[in-house]
Design a protein around this ligand. Structure first.
Ligand SMILES: [Zn+2]
Length: 489
């Protein structure tokens, strides 16, 4: 196991990569291929986005920019074209040369061969924004986006039947596409009006599959993606119909509570700014940041919650469906688009000024099973995805017996391996070789890789998910060695 990609992520990747009818697998070479550079396009300052189309043979080609809602905002090419490449620049303006709103856009190439055949297409999401996100290495960053509710759970329902779940999903998808266009990995808990806990599993281990398992699926999802941040998107409801305005929740009783508080403050400020811009004189009430132990925010709390979110997170309540005016706003695509931009800007601002943060990928691991007590070598790519130089950091490895899914609790187990991490500047990576003593007794184990700074502070306690790698150890002949760690959850 290198990186666990939960099913919904795989679905999303499929959606992103295969939805254009570009050929894959054993199909013949595609008629049209598309390469895009220059995204995100920074409003007012950036280089244009450059789209390069490669045609395998002469074709009728159309190359255009389409917004999230499917409207063509700019034609870049339309006509017959010989085989070969064609490049076009897009400066973020529509057909009237006006600047387009910030948000996600699709570069869409469609081609029909002169020789005949069906139209083929290739597409890529690009982003128009005020900021790039972690421009040093955007590909290091993973953001978990969680559109609240879904399936038979509607959340709040407006007087006209509008469902909160649908609004949350629309805003979440806009945000996901913007992040994708900015080169960020997105782990979105759902991409359709469906449950996240699919196929249904008893995640809490209480013998029934119920709403708790649907909640538990969300931290599981973000943790397995080892996301940098967790953003749960909601809209609100109140008995008093005059109540309105955004609020952002976090939970402070976590080892990384201060980081969540900072993220919440930024999200709330960006949301207030966004709503001031679009609300035509109406000033939504600013409820500020609020502390509440929502399931997706709070810590280890068995038996219902054994695997809490392991990274800074917020639950944002945008506007009130119970407020007639705010419901009207929420139903406008431009408003939902601007709310997605607010989340995007908040993520960019948070990541631009956070301190140390480290990421891991498995580069090399022992093949198959290993003998308990044997020394084995792991090659782990360590990434500095924060904004401070990592000096004198170490990579520690602990072992935990018989895991379910993964270990959800930050524990203090004895180390079975440790190695020095070379000095890393922000945006740099290095492969670290760690010698690990395979745990005894034999059986299924989870190895937990967690970096420590020069003061010995653990990255996991700063809201940096550990790398978890399963290992099966086989008992060698001879007397049983004593267990090195205590059993637990
Ligand atoms: Zn909700």
């Amino acid at each position: 196991m290198r990186r666990l990609i939960p099913q919904a992520v795989a679905v999303l990747l499929t959606l992103f990569l295969l939805a254009p009818t570009a050929a894959f697998g054993q199909a013949p070479a595609p008629l049209v291929e598309l390469d895009v550079r220059g995204s995100p396009l920074i409003v007012g300052a950036g280089e244009p986005i450059e789209a390069t189309v490669t045609l395998a043979e002469a074709a009728d080609l159309r190359l255009r920019v389409v917004d999230f809602d499917g409207r063509t905002v700019r034609e870049l090419f339309d006509g017959p074209r010989e085989a070969g490449t064609l490049s076009r620049k897009w400066h973020g303006r529509d057909a009237d040369a006006d600047r387009v709103p910030k948000g996600p856009y699709r570069i869409l190439a469609t081609a029909t061969a002169m020789a005949g055949g069906i139209a083929e297409r290739a597409e890529a999401w690009v982003t128009v924004a005020d900021h790039a996100i972690y421009p040093r290495q955007p590909g290091f960053i993973t953001v978990a986006v969680d559109p609240g509710h879904g399936g038979s759970l509607s959340g709040a329902v407006g007087a006209d039947g509008t469902r909160e779940a649908d609004l949350n999903l629309d805003i979440g998808l806009r945000l996901a596409r913007m992040l994708e266009g900015a080169g960020i990995d997105v782990a979105i808990t759902r991409t359709t009006d469906a449950f996240v806990n699919e196929p249904p599993r008893d995640r809490t281990g209480d013998g029934v599959i119920d709403d708790d398992d649907e909640l538990a699926a969300r931290p599981d999802f973000a943790n397995l993606a080892r996301a940098d941040l967790f953003i749960s998107i909601h809209n609100n409801n109140a008995v008093n119909e005059s109540v309105g305005g955004p609020s952002t929740y976090y939970f402070d009783e976590r080892p990384f509570g201060a980081r969540s508080a900072r993220l919440a403050r930024i999200v709330q400020d960006e949301m207030v700014t966004a709503l001031d811009e679009i609300s035509e004189g109406y000033v939504p009430y600013d409820h500020g940041t609020l502390i509440y132990p929502y399931y997706v925010l709070r810590g280890f709390d068995p038996p219902r919650l054994r695997r809490p979110t392991q990274m800074p997170g917020v639950l944002s309540e945008g506007l009130f469906l119970s407020n007639e005016r705010e419901l009207r706003y929420l139903k406008r695509p431009a408003v939902r688009g601007r709310m997605a931009v607010a989340y995007y800007d908040a993520i960019a601002k948070y990541l631009a000024r956070r301190g140390a943060h480290v990421g891991y990928e498995v580069i090399a691991e022992p093949a198959g099973t290993v003998a308990a007590g044997a020394t084995v070598t792991y090659g782990i790519e360590v990434r500095n995805q924060g904004n401070e130089t990592m000096r004198d950091w170490r990579l520690g490895v602990a072992a935990f017996p018989a895991p379910t899914y993964y270990i959800g609790r930050i524990r203090r187990d004895a180390l079975v391996g440790e190695a020095r991490i070379p000095r890393l500047e922000p945006g740099e990576r290095a492969t670290v070789e760690v010698q690990v003593t395979a745990p005894a007794p034999g059986g299924d184990w989870m190895l937990l890789f967690d970096a420590r700074d020069r003061e010995g502070r653990r990255a996991a306690e700063a809201g940096i998910p550990m790398l978890q790698v399963p290992l099966t150890a086989i008992e060698p002949p001879g007397p049983l060695p004593s267990p090195g760690v205590l059993p637990g959850e």
